[in-house]
Design a binder for this molecule. Structure first.
Ligand code: TTP
Ligand code: CA
Ligand code: CA
Length: 499
């Protein structure tokens, strides 16, 4: 990464207009990052065919299917996720299209999962004080609080070149002159994340982007601001400027029905407008607990811990159909999904010593018509799982045991509730964000009735799988001490000699 020297004699441009932060109570003590790989599946394919770097490329799922990942060169031609193959070829004649391999009649994501493991290997070996939580196949939350406080390492040499301050025209250099305590820690966090991104690139040849802020919601929000290969920091002082431009649905936790409902109910669009909805109106609509949580989000507050977890909370497999008609077809596909899941669960058992204890099947008949059933996973045996699930499904799906009462457009299996000690302990300690919602709250009901996204229909994202498991707790409790590294960075920032 390019290094820019920031000289004491040359004050940072616009420094005076960066408002000083004064929101320590609001922002808390943590420094959190979200790291997201750029056009991940495409990079995995391009790395295997290096002559395609710099050329427009996309990854297509199934022959005749749609595009699921698009590199930035192809985005310039107007190609988007969901574009058809003919559309890609007409808009971008020199596009290189890669096809997701298939196994058991469905997408085989093994190579992308393996590439993901390479990235996580870098994160896990970066520093013992770094807390890493897998958020999806190509995303990780990082809690940097402990590294920033620890005296064991110095990141003084690391550049912040190219890091932007969200909601402003400023570079991070400008923020460095604002010298509030929190901003200093955000600067340090940004340096660390810059270094991590360099190391990911060096080890894997993949680029990624990142957001650094003081909680998960804000880190995730600003991670998308400088894509590809860029990084943003969101200090408390920028919150309102950013929220003024942030559609409600873009915020983690508000992307679904609840966000939609808030918009309609209050006639609002942005997070800043949400912040201004009177407390009594929110309470009248959502009750005390939910409205409290919404108001906290509106103020940019989010206490969800970053959990030291790199293994998946669940393992899933599924597929969309034009309309299955026969029980025999359902049986066939359940066997395929169960085979894949059991293969992966066995791998997981061998690698991490964990075993899943339940399996959930989700059946979708039409767009809004679906149901799920969860049964115990008695043994890692495809036949047993298939038979057990069939027993659950037959009375609901068919009268004669052969023909389905209604066609099925999607089937998925997901297995989880792992029996490892860490998860068990965590389940008792930390409530999921959903637990803030009383029964009947819109988000609570939507998370149980919404079918899980089958793995070959979209990214394998734990946030989608998480309705079957409680998010484990974080081992992080922000230490109060100020370490050598912190003091050193502060000195350098104040003297203007950080480069
Ligand atoms: P994303 O991180 O959403 O997207 P991306 O990495 O392709 O692009 P960006 O640079 O904007 O982050 O998803 C990561 C991978 O997950 C993506 O490369 C392909 C896969 N994926 C699907 O297969 N289907 C989907 O609907 C989504 C959202 C992702
Ligand atoms: Ca990505
Ligand atoms: Ca992602």
């Amino acid at each position: 990464m390019e290094t820019v020297t920031w000289c004491k004699s040359a004050p940072a441009p616009h420094a005076s207009v960066v408002p000083k932060a004064g929101h320590m109570t609001m922002s808390g003590d943590r420094i959190i990052a979200l790291l997201d790989m750029d056009c991940f599946y495409v990079q995995v394919e391009q790395r295997a065919e290096p002559e395609t770097w710099g050329r427009p490329c996309a990854v297509v799922q199934y022959t005749g299917g749609g595009v699921i990942a698009v590199n930035y060169e192809a985005r310039e031609c107007g190609i988007k996720r969901g574009s058809s193959v003919p559309d890609c070829k007409s808009k971008c004649p020199n596009i290189r299209l890669f096809y997701v391999p298939e196994l058991r009649g469905k997408a085989d994501l093994t190579k992308y999962r393996n590439a993901s493991s390479e990235v996580f290997d870098v994160l896990l070996t970066f520093d013992p004080n770094l807390v890493v939580e897998r958020a999806s196949i190509d995303e990780a939350f990082l809690d940097l609080t402990d590294i920033i406080h620890s005296a064991t390492r110095s990141f003084d040499h690391v550049s912040v070149a190219g890091v932007s301050v969200a909601g402003t025209d400023h570079s991070l250099h400008d923020l460095m002159s604002a010298v509030s305590e929190e901003d200093e820690r955000l600067v340090t966090g940004s340096q660390i994340v810059n270094l991590i991104r360099d190391q990911v690139k060096e080890a894997t040849n993949f680029t990624c982007s990142a957001g650094v802020s003081y909680n998960k919601v804000l880190a995730k929000l600003c991670a998308g601001f400088k894509k590809p290969n860029g990084q943003s920091v969101l200090p408390p002082s920028s919150l309102n400027a950013v929220f003024a431009q942030t559609p409600i649905g873009k915020v983690r936790g508000l992307g679904g029905k609840l966000g939609q409902e808030l918009k309609v109910q209050f006639g609002i669009e942005t997070m800043l407008q949400l912040q201004k909805v009177p407390k009594y109106l929110l309470e009248a609509a959502y009750g005390q607990k939910t409205s409290h949580w919404i108001r906290e989000l509106g103020n940019g507050n989010d206490n969800e811990p970053v959990t030291s977890r790199i293994v998946n909370k669940s393992v899933g497999s599924g597929k969309n159909f034009n309309g299955l008609q026969k029980m025999e077809e359902v049986r066939y596909w359940i066997t395929q999904f169960a085979s894949e899941i059991i293969e992966r669960l066995t791998q997981e058992k061998n690698t991490n010593g964990r075993m899943a204890t339940n399996v959930t099947i989700t059946v979708r008949h039409a767009k809004k018509q679906s149901f799920s059933r969860t049964i115990p996973l008695k043994e890692y045996n495809v036949q047993t799982v298939t038979q057990d699930l069939e027993k659950e499904l037959i009375p609901r799906l068919t009268k004669d045991g052969q023909h389905l009462l209604q066609p099925i457009i999607s089937l998925s299996l997901i297995s989880g509730k792992f029996t490892d000690n860490q998860t068990k302990r965590a389940v008792h300690q930390t409530p999921r964000i959903d637990s803030f919602f009383s029964t009947g709250d819109p988000i609570a009901s939507s998370s149980t009735s919404e079918p899980l996204v089958p793995q070959d229909l979209g990214e394998e994202d734990d946030s989608q799988d998480s309705c079957i498991e409680v998010v484990p707790t974080s081992p992080v409790s922000p230490p109060q001490r100020r370490g050598f590294f912190y003091r050193k960075t502060l000195e350098l920032v104040r003297s203007g000699s950080v480069s």
